[in-house]
Design a protein around this ligand. Structure first.
Ligand SMILES: C[S@@+](CC[C@H](N)C(=O)[O-])C[C@H]1O[C@@H](n2cnc3c(N)ncnc32)[C@H](O)[C@@H]1O
Length: 186
């Protein structure tokens, strides 16, 4: 699964890679091994214990123990104005819609044209959902994962993606943002 997630990590040229929901670093470790020596990998994880494991397991990663809602302010602090690859381990379909809106707006601002590689343990089910958001979506099946899973490699945000944000309805997040748009939940 980690190798499939890292398909667009380029060993030959430097990239700015951002991983969301990096957990204890199974994907991060493979990405760090594969990436170019001058690449940067920013790994975001909200759980402080997971973030600690992640930092000691992946010393090459820049670990942010924070909510993905605060990603943009951290990118500014780190002097990052462009993302070359986004690895997404967040459970996108079951997150509040306002969190997905923040992630996709951040992707539009910093990474449009880059790959958005999304992990799943429900093969194919959400392909229509990602097709509503991105022009190009391919799926790499990983049958040997327990449970069987795979990775959606998505590219080219649709111009009307804001009306197609997936996720659950929820209360406004801590920064007061809330998306009233459409029902993209699959
Ligand atoms: C499905 S797990 C990914 C596991 C990871 N790939 C690994 O190998 O350990 C999703 C992760 O997203 C994190 N997460 C969930 N909501 C988050 C948020 N709002 N901001 C940052 N991380 C979040 C969870 O704590 C969890 O570690």
């Amino acid at each position: 699964m980690a190798r499939a997630a890292c398909e667009h990590v380029d060993p030959r040229s430097p990239q700015i890679i951002v991983e969301l929901g990096a957990g204890t670093g199974a994907i991060t470790e493979v990405a760090c091994r594969r990436m170019h020596p001058r690449s940067r990998l920013i790994a975001v994880e909200i759980d402080p214990i997971f973030a600690q494991v992640l930092a000691s397991r992946c010393p090459r990663a820049e670990v942010l123990n924070c909510d993905v809602r605060d990603l943009e302010s951290h990118l500014e602090r780190l002097g990052i104005d462009k993302i070359d690859l986004l690895l997404n381990g967040l459970p996108t379909p079951s997150l509040p819609r306002e969190v997905n809106q923040i992630v996709l707006e951040c992707f539009a601002k910093y990474a449009n044209g880059a790959y958005f590689s999304q992990l799943t343990v429900m093969p194919w089910i959400y392909k229509p959902m990602y097709r509503r958001i991105f022009e190009q979506v391919t799926f790499s099946l990983v049958p040997a994962n327990l449970p069987p899973g795979g990775v959606y490699h998505c590219r080219g945000l649709r111009s009307d993606f804001l009306g197609r944000i997936p996720g659950k309805n929820g209360k406004p997040g801590p920064n007061g943002r809330h998306c009233e748009n459409g029902n993209g939940h699959a």
